[in-house]
Structures are given as structure tokens and as C-alpha cells.
Design a protein around this ligand. Structure first.
Ligand code: FES
Length: 323
């Protein structure tokens, strides 16, 4: 079996699949070589073992502790990657993964008090880090608050029995759950020393935005969020104008937006995996207009000269014309 793309050189075999919740599955993978990664990182997965479609998933396993490399995936209705991985992939199949990526990790944070805040599938890096901290930094005081839609949506329910966790359920809260959503008041009550903690959060973008406002209002100064979950904003109706030549159409993006956000919010087809200028999957050609770029990592000099950009790392300064 040949490597579909040099970006995904790691071949792994599906050892078993475990259903976590009604719409989340964990795939346990065997890697026959040593696969280096850090707790909290993610990998790109080649979907249908093709070079065209890459998707990023957190490695929910923990280096040095977990027996398998695991990916924990929520099935999305229109998810090309999640649909294939949770419906079609079977035991014994092979997947191709990239090197581990991302800097949402705890091993570089020397703090003695951490607060980990997760919502939904955002718990995947949090579980990876929680196990890592228990084994390698047992002296660290770790508090976890995990928000779910309802009690049946607790991912890693068994594993959480090993660690203290505050569970918050928006609907049907039963014994052991706080009813409602994570609020500033709840944070104040549950984490009175929040100002002295390093706070790390992962979840849907609106959740992380509110969490960021709340923890900062309560005095926390060391705050990290996983940038991997990017909001798909409402399409703008004014601001920067984008003219796409093929197929011809015009649309708008807000000033300060990335090209990727402008494309996605207008439902213009574009691939995106890492959203951080690393994987190259969002390569797009700009024919004219002013822009700056924060990464050209996977582009050749000839491509850059030809106007190619990584849409996730392209910051339009004015109206753009796209190929
Ligand atoms: S999404 Fe990976 S480089 Fe843009």
C-alpha cells in the first residue's frame, strides 16, 4: 500500500473501534514504528487514503502511557472525514497520518496549578494531557470542568472515573452533573483560585470565546486555547470584496478575516485541515490584490511567484481576485 501524500507518511492499522457516545467513536491504531507526539497534539489523516482530502484530529491517546494511538471523532452530518472514519473504516484497515502537530500541550507549562476547560469533543486533548500530567507531573494541581449537551454525551466516561472532574450538562442533568452551562459564576464558585491557575480550553469556538472572557474577567492571566476549532462565521455582506474567476462569483469578507474564513463563510469549496499554515491543504491562487501571509511553509518559490497562498495564513489587505 503506497503513501497517498508525503504529508501523511505514517501508516497505522485499526486495531479496534469503540463507540464513546451516540455520535463519537474512538479508533485505536497500531503503529509499527515509534510515532513521536506530545499530549494534546493533533495529526492530519488522509481521508479515503487520498492526497486530496486531509482532516485534522486530536490524538486522544497519551504518549508513554496509552497502548494504542487513538483518534476520537464526532460524526458530523456533512463531514467527509468523520463520516468515513466512523462509518466505513473497519478493524484491520490502514490509515495514513501526518507527523503530530500543534502546540496546545501542557509539557511546556511549568505551572503547578492548571485548570482544563473542555466542551464536547474538545475533551480529546484534555484527556490526553490529564493522563500525561497524572503520570509525569503528579504534583501538579489539576482541575477539569467538562461541559456536555447531556449526560449521555460524556466522552471517555470510564476514564474520567480515575480523575476528579466537574461535569456540566446543558440538558437532562442527572446525579453527578451540574445543570446548565459553564458560567462566570460557576467558575468563581468552583475555582476560587482561578487567578493563580494556568487555564487551557478546547471546544467549539463560541464556547472558547466566552470562556476566554470569563476567565480573564476573573483574573486569570495565563490562558491558552486550541486554535484548531475555527468558527464558520456568517457570510459578510460588505467589507472586503472577493471576486472568484472560476467559477465566477463575488462575495464579501470582514476586514481582518483570513482568506480561509472568507471562503468558508461563503461556502466556497476549499480544503482545510490544520488551519495553521502547516499542512498545505488550503492552497489557493490569488490573481490580484493586496495581502500579507503568515506562512508559506508548503509552497514552492514558483508557486509563491504565481500567486499561490495558504488561505488559512493569508490576510487580505484589500479586495482580492481569486483564480
Ligand atoms: S489548512 Fe493547513 S495550511 Fe491551511
Amino acid at each position: 500500500m503506497t503513501m497517498p501524500t508525503p504529508q501523511c507518511p505514517w501508516r497505522m492499522q485499526v486495531h479496534h473501534i469503540h463507540q464513546e457516545t451516540p455520535d463519537v467513536w474512538t479508533l485505536s491504531l497500531l503503529c509499527h514504528d515509534y510515532y513521536p507526539y506530545r499530549a494534546g497534539q493533533y495529526a492530519l489523516v488522509s481521508i479515503r487514503n487520498s492526497a486530496e482530502t486531509l482532516r485534522a484530529y486530536t490524538l486522544s491517546s497519551t504518549p508513554g502511557i496509552s497502548e494504542y494511538i487513538t483518534l476520537t471523532i464526532r460524526r458530523l452530518d456533512d463531514g467527509a472525514g468523520s463520516g468515513w472514519l466512523t462509518r466505513d473504516v473497519k478493524r484491520g484497515d490502514y490509515l495514513w497520518l501526518s507527523d503530530a502537530q500543534g502546540d496546545f500541550t501542557c509539557d511546556d507549562k511549568p505551572d503547578d496549578k492548571l485548570l482544563l476547560l473542555a466542551a464536547g469533543c474538545g475533551v480529546t486533548p484534555v484527556m490526553s494531557m490529564r493522563r500525561w500530567l497524572a503520570k509525569y507531573r503528579p504534583q501538579v494541581d489539576v482541575q477539569v470542568i467538562f461541559s456536555v449537551r447531556s449526560p449521555q454525551d460524556v466522552i471517555f466516561a470510564d476514564a474520567w472515573r480515575d480523575y476528579p472532574v466537574t461535569l456540566v450538562a446543558e440538558n437532562n442533568a442527572t446525579h453527578g452533573f451540574i445543570a446548565g452551562r459553564l458560567t462566570r459564576e460557576l467558575l468563581r464558585q468552583r475555582v476560587p483560585d482561578i487567578a493563580s491557575r494556568t487555564v487551557m480550553t478546547c471546544g467549539p469556538a463560541p464556547y472558547m470565546d466566552i470562556v476566554e472572557q470569563d476567565v480573564k474577567a476573573l483574573g486569570a492571566t495565563r490562558f491558552f486555547k486550541e486554535q484548531f476549532f475555527t468558527p464558520v462565521a456568517e457570510a459578510a455582506t460588505s467589507g472586503l470584496k472577493f471576486t472568484k474567476l472560476q467559477p465566477a462569483r463575488e462575495f464579501y469578507g470582514r476586514v481582518g478575516t483570513t482568506l480561509l474564513e472568507a471562503l468558508e463563510s461563503n461556502k466556497v469549496p476549499v480544503n482545510a485541515a490544520c488551519r495553521a499554515g502547516v499542512c498545505g491543504s488550503c492552497k489557493t491562487r490569488v490573481v490580484s490584490g493586496e495581502y500579507s501571509v503568515s506562512s508559506t511553509m508548503t509552497l514552492s518559490d514558483a508557486e509563491i511567484a504565481d500567486g499561490y497562498v495558504l488561505a488559512c495564513s493569508c490576510h487580505p489587505q484589500g479586495d482580492l481576485v481569486l483564480a
